[in-house]
Design a protein around this ligand. Structure first.
Ligand code: SAH
Length: 525
């Protein structure tokens, strides 16, 4: 006989209130990230960085609950509470992702009260609140032995001039050394008035920081007397924090975030979807805002007959050439699919273009015999021509469509080259309009290209009707190319290359972009 202790089945889920941190997705806690990785439902806010949703399993349900911006699902607080309860009651693991810290002006407690009332299990994970982040990222220590020993977090949400306020401005004005005000941009005139009226010096320094810790961060500085004008002139809108106190003076020494070399620059990275981009990470490290466009989609070819035939008689080849990581990956995929392993290549000499390609090859236990100094197909051809290639059979697994310089140079020297397509580049349908708008309004600073096919596919993406339109779209933007072949392709479209590193590596390209702006800044005085 079976024992049945709980009938009917009432397994309920659990709700995790997770602080997303202030904006930079790197500022979420490890605990928060772990919970996102295990979520079945995520209810997220306007202020939580959408990049964090990348941690959520693909089959989880994502619900935008932003109370801001009037999106499709603009929930009321009651609506959000209901949502959490309903999903938990269906036995789901729910993450409620909130900007900053859930318990600092986040209405976290209200959501929990509802969960408690419904008997639903919950947990709370703190987050970096935007006040400390804004201060830190604006170069302002909110406490400092020499200036202040106390700090107050205040909401500016309620109108300070209304008759009965929940905030004792008269005590706060001189009672707290540093005052950090959330949600205070609209009520800033009333706030500064109150603080001055209740005895805080009009000369007290004030900073206002918008979108703290993100590439869009903007900060302005003034005094209690001037900050309203400063904010109005700079057109600072929410979300922003107001920091009042002598510590603001330290910004001139400590400011670090906005001083990074590429801060405030918006840079487009055109990359293949499959290749993790070092470029993005390195540009962000220098402070840039990176817009990633997956311009190339790598797909297998439909027809492997050429490569299969070559593999079947691999012993008759003297050289095997790889000019890209993708060529290596897709060649070996086919080799393995045919039931072979790397030992099949024991007797053949192997040459590659580029260190990254050589690295990839090492993953298959193979060290290239030839890695020319010049990281181009042409460089490889020149190096090969120094050996005796006449009459040699050379196998070149590569993209369906690619630059013909290498095989042509080798054929001219009397080699028998087999071009074996193992993958193809497919431009995906892209966010054309958004990109074109940004180019036209001049809000993109740099386009980066790491191969000829990224150029071709990027141009396919923006889809200019003719040369005139192409120039209208791209004339204001700075163009960076990783190496001479890529640069050549750009010029073939009648565009000019502004930045090109001496060595053809990602980090050299990033350094070249940094140097470009350093020079520009110097010239601007
Ligand atoms: N729970 C959140 C605060 C929510 S109240 C936290 O702990 O940070 C919303 C207010 O927070 C905004 O009006 C703004 O004043 C502030 N805020 C949130 N994120 C911000 C950011 N990245 N930069 C500046 N202010 C921010």
């Amino acid at each position: 006989m079976t024992t049945n202790t709980s009938s009917p089945q009432t397994a309920t889920g659990k709700v995790y209130l997770v602080g997303a941190g202030p904006g930079d997705p790197g500022l979420i806690t490890l605990r928060g990230k772990y919970l996102l990785e295990h979520a079945e439902v995520v209810v997220y806010d306007y202020l939580a960085n959408p990049k964090l949703l990348g941690y959520v399993p693909k089959n989880a349900q994502l619900i935008y609950a932003g109370k801001k911006g009037g999106g499709l699902h603009a929930f009321t607080q009651e609506g959000i509470n209901r949502l959490l309860v309903d999903h938990a009651k269906q036995g789901r693991m729910v993450v409620r992702l909130k900007g900053g810290d859930p318990f600092i002006f986040g209405r976290g407690a209200e959501e929990i009260e509802e969960l408690v009332a419904e008997g639903i299990d919950f947990e709370v994970v703190p987050g970096v609140t935007s006040a400390t982040a804004a201060a830190t990222y604006a170069g302002i220590p909110i406490t400092h032995r020499g200036y202040t020993a106390s700090v107050a977090f205040v909401t500016g949400h309620e109108d300070p001039t209304k008759k009965f306020s929940n905030i004792s401005w008269e005590k706060l004005a001189t009672g707290a050394g540093t005052i950090v005000i959330y949600m205070g941009i609209k009520t800033l005139p009333g706030i500064t008035r109150k603080l001055i009226d209740h005895g805080r010096s009009p000369d007290t320094p004030v900073a206002v920081v918008r979108w703290a810790s993100t590439p869009q961060q903007r900060s302005v500085v003034g005094t209690l007397a001037t900050i309203c004008d400063v904010v109005q002139q700079a057109d600072i809108k929410p979300p922003a924090l107001i920091i009042v106190g002598e510590v603001v003076k330290l910004r001139s020494t400590i400011d670090w975030f906005e001083k990074r070399p590429l801060f405030g620059r918006r840079i487009v990275v055109t990359r293949t979807r499959e290749q993790a981009s070092d470029l993005v990470a390195q540009l962000e490290e220098q402070g840039a805002e990176v817009l990633e466009y997956s311009t190339i989609h790598i797909e297998p070819v439909d027809d492997y007959r050429i490569v299969d035939a070559a593999i079947a008689e691999i012993g008759s080849y003297q050289w095997l050439l790889f000019t890209s990581i993708n060529a290596v990956t897709h060649f070996f995929r086919r080799l393995f699919a045919l039931g072979h392993d790397s030992r099949l290549l024991a007797g053949i000499s192997i040459a590659v273009v580029g260190r990254a390609t050589a690295e990839e090859l090492r993953k298959y236990g193979i060290k290239p015999d030839l890695l020319p100094e010049k990281f181009t197909g042409e460089g490889l051809a020149e190096a090969l021509l120094r050996t005796e290639v006449q009459g040699n059979r050379i196998l070149l697994p590569r993209a369906l469509r690619a630059n013909e310089i290498l095989p042509e140079m080798l054929a001219d020297a009397g080699a028998q080259v087999t071009i074996a397509p193992v993958y193809r580049n497919v431009p995906p349908p892209g966010p054309k309009e958004e990109l074109r708008d940004q180019l036209l309004e001049g809000s993109i600073d740099v386009l980066t290209f790491t191969s000829s096919s990224t150029v071709t596919n990027f141009l396919t993406l923006i889809d200019a009707a003719n040369e005139e339109e192409l120039h209208r779209l791209l004339d204001r933007v700075t163009i960076a190319a990783i190496g001479p072949i890529t640069a050549e392709t750009i010029r073939e479209y009648g565009l000019s290359v502004d930045i090109q590193p001496e060595r053809y590596t990602i980090s050299d390209m990033v350094q070249a972009i940094v140097a470009h702006y350093r020079t520009a800044a110097r010239q601007a005085g």
